[in-house]
Design a binder for this molecule. Sequence first.
Ligand SMILES: [Zn+2]
Length: 215
Amino acid sequence: MYDQTLFAHCAVQICQVGRFLFDRGWCPATSGNYSMRLDEQHIAITVSSVPKGELTEEDVMVVDLRGQAVGSNKKPSAETLLHTMMYVRDPQIQSVLHSHSVNGSVLSKYYLSQGYIEFDDYEILKALHGVSSHSHRQAMPIFPNTQDMNELAEWVEHYLHKSPAIHGYLIAGHGLYTWGYSLADARRHIESCEFLLECELHRLHLGAFTRPIKQ
Ligand SMILES: [Zn+2]
């Protein structure tokens, strides 16, 4: 059984991060979901279909790493498998966060045929775990959207097996998944990735980074 005190503590932290992400406009309506590891077998995760601007501790529940509810009859997020697969594949992961921003939704459709977005030469890249210089090229893969979570989880697993050095991925027209070795790590990653997506959208609007020369 999981530690109830730890769960209560995690539920408070999940609500805090959820309200922060909602306030940034990255999880409108009932979109997005958030989780934290409790132990080797359990995670705390947001329940299905709850407005993220009104998140309370009652909206956080416990599931095991197969995604089955533990100690409650609440319904976990429809995308629970995309959380549990990360905790299973890397025992160090302590939190998984998922946003539905405008920038991520649009850019993931724009770049879907390429299969990834690449970011380089941005200072914010240093906020990603293991990156120490702006002079770094970071890929963010994009997977097609589907309601079949098993299929989506398989694509992500296959990609991570080949290319583990990523900090997040996009689902086309849907949103961003990030994770971290602490909730603070995951939150820093989601902020950094969303910042990079916003930069990329601005870059596309400008056409290039070269400034027009005054005549
Ligand atoms: Zn989603």
